[in-house]
Design a protein around this ligand. Structure first.
Ligand code: SAM
Length: 244
């Protein structure tokens, strides 16, 4: 059975899309998407031999070799220009997701939807989208098997730049004096923070605790650089505590 995380990612796909799933591992997502009519066709990309084999087996077992192409390659190298209109990249760090998008920019020309699920470093993905004029149109957060995941959906809108300018415009946090700057919105999620749910609060309670642990280890060092770092961390924890 498909994980709740992958099901939620699949639910973000525009019906009838031409999908590329990068870092597909067992190709569970493209198989589900094609089986359920969410995607018409799919490319499952994998850079590593083991997961590539697993993807080939999975697609063959599902009888979908005519609609899902399993290809070996780094990031977006596995798709031809204009071949797909929707890309999913899930289950890796935000820095890697951003670097895959950055390296594959010419492959994004005909793509209208990105569904991205970084395991960490969500802010790096949001920042990449913002800088490259993708409109962040939806965010969701879920917990599964004790882990918390965020799913970011981005589209090309006629005025993505204007859309994002509004989305990331510094705003006041309702019921507080605190100002949410672009920096904080990139970190916390401009949509998630509009209606923060229990999972979001759990995530940031955890992050604050971790920041405090880091802070106490940094403050035992006397270097000037780490004192600066300590102050930054203290400020971040203070701001997050205010948001909550
Ligand atoms: N996307 C699946 C999911 O969310 O369940 C699998 C996630 S798995 C943890 C990450 C996969 O990405 C691995 O199978 C790894 O081989 C693959 N990967 C890592 N870097 C990659 C790259 N640059 N291009 C393609 N695949 C990559």
């Amino acid at each position: 059975k498909l994980s709740a995380r992958l099901i939620q990612i699949a639910e973000r796909l525009p019906k009838g899309c031409k999908l590329a799933d990068i870092g597909s591992d067992h190709a569970l997502l493209p198989v589900y998407a094609v089986k359920n009519g969410l995607a018409l066709s799919a490319v499952a990309g994998e850079v590593n031999e083991g997961p590539l084999k697993a993807a080939q087996q999975q697609v063959a077992q599902a009888g979908l070799t005519s609609s899902i192409a399993v290809r070996k390659g780094d990031g977006l190298a596995v798709v031809g220009p204009g071949e797909v209109d929707t890309i999913t990249i899930a289950g890796m760090g935000g820095a890697l997701i951003a670097s895959i998008l950055e390296a594959g920019q010419e492959k994004l020309a005909g793509v209208h939807t990105l569904v991205l699920q970084p395991n960490v470093g969500e802010d790096l993905v949001r920042r990449w989208l913002l800088r490259h004029e993708w409109a962040l149109t939806e965010e969701s957060i879920l917990e599964e098997d004790g882990k918390i995941y965020e799913i970011l959906t981005a589209r090309r809108l006629p005025d993505s730049t204007g859309f994002n300018a509004q989305l990331y415009a510094p705003r006041a946090l309702p019921g507080s004096e605190m100002k949410l700057t672009e920096e904080l919105l990139l970190l916390l999620g401009p949509w998630l923070i509009k209606e923060p749910d229990a999972v979001w609060f759990e995530k940031w309670h955890g992050e604050i605790k971790q920041l405090e642990r880091i802070r106490s280890s940094v403050s035992s060092s006397s270097h000037e650089a780490s004192r600066v770092k300590e102050q930054e961390l203290a400020e971040l924890a203070r701001q997050l505590t205010e948001v909550m």
